[in-house]
Design a protein around this ligand. Structure first.
Ligand code: NAP
Length: 293
């Protein structure tokens, strides 16, 4: 199949590589061209604009950063809609706003173009190992057409309902991650203060009721002082803001998630650590500690 991919950062490059490895013809575009170099070396073709990517493709994936990036790549003059026709299927994997997913799907439907929102969970490691979880919103017919592609990049794919439902499912995921990331951070701070061996604690907790993905994947990175992203803290803050805006619309008060958002605001907006991975939250606590001494 002819596949297009717009946005080849941490997640997009790895997902696109798995689609290439599965034998598909791949055309790529990214704002910073150098981030497509490895894919081009592996056999992908570069196109100068998102529009040109779509003109070469039957199915186009987007995996950019923020909702505004999504708006830009879909709606700009050289954007995705400008190159689409009634045969094109568009899939946005960016973690973005449910309302934007609905707007894109409605715009597509008015022109006979099929659109799915399909954000993912499983991190940089899941993207590389093709073990992601894909959360899809949109029409069943389009979903069935591209399901075999999702199966090449994931271990679980679920259609949750109409446009925006995938983004809502991803927000549910991020609400859980808010708890596991703050829990992991404070577990390690407590472990250190109590004079315990953190390696032994992580090992023991991994086998008990506290076991979770953040602990297994980010715990060892923190012990190695490795704060490279992984998952950019600035992206996680974006997700927590979207989740809380959506919760607010539903009349829900998610106070633990709101507290996690405040902690990540300190990390990203006050200490300018948004380019670290989410595990860098622990550095915020040490900065606050120093300031209080
Ligand atoms: P990333 O490394 O920043 O990748 C985003 C890529 O999109 C960058 O290469 C960026 O280009 C490109 N881009 C942004 N705006 C663009 C535009 N207008 N036109 C063309 N390219 C554009 O981030 P990531 O970690 O892959 O995350 C991507 C999305 O997936 C985010 O929404 C994130 O929240 C979500 N997500 C991430 C993870 C994770 O663990 N990393 C897991 C699940 C979901 P530049 O190179 O020029 O910046």
């Amino acid at each position: 199949m002819k596949i297009g991919f717009v946005g080849t950062g941490v997640m997009g490059a790895a997902i696109a590589q798995n689609l290439l490895d599965a034998g598909h013809e791949l055309t790529v575009f990214n704002r910073t061209k150098s981030k497509t170099a490895a894919l081009v070396t592996a056999g992908a073709s570069w196109a100068d604009t998102p529009k040109k990517v779509v003109e070469q493709s039957e199915v186009v994936f987007t995996m950019v950063g923020f909702p505004n990036d999504v708006k830009q790549v879909y709606f700009e003059d050289d954007g995705i809609f400008a190159g689409s026709n009634e045969q094109t299927i568009l899939i946005d994997m960016t973690t973005s706003k449910p309302s934007l997913a609905q707007k894109i799907a409605e715009y597509g439907a008015s022109r006979g173009i099929k659109v799915l929102d399909a954000p993912v969970s499983g991190g940089d490691i899941g993207a590389k190992n093709a073990t992601l979880t894909v959360m899809v919103g949109g029409q069943e017919t389009a979903y069935q057409q591209v399901k075999p592609l999702f199966e090449k990049i994931s271990k679980k794919v679920t259609l949750f309902g109409p446009a925006g439902a995938g983004q809502h499912a991803k927000m549910a995921n991020q609400i859980m991650i808010a708890g596991t990331m703050t829990g992991l951070t404070e577990t390690l701070l407590y472990t250190k203060a109590a004079g315990l061996d953190p390696h032994k604690v992580l090992d023991a907790l991994s086998a008990g009721g506290a076991q979770n993905w953040s602990l297994s994947n980010y715990g060892p990175r923190i012990l190695d002082d490795d704060y490279t992203p992984g998952f950019f803290a600035r992206h996680f803050l974006k997700d927590l803001r979207i989740a809380l805006q959506e919760a607010d619309k539903m009349g829900l008060d998610l106070s633990a998630t709101a507290n996690a958002k405040r902690l990540y605001e300190v990390m990203v907006d006050v200490y300018d650590l948004g380019d670290q991975g989410t595990q860098g939250l622990i550095n915020t606590y040490s900065k606050v500690d120093k300031e209080n001494k």
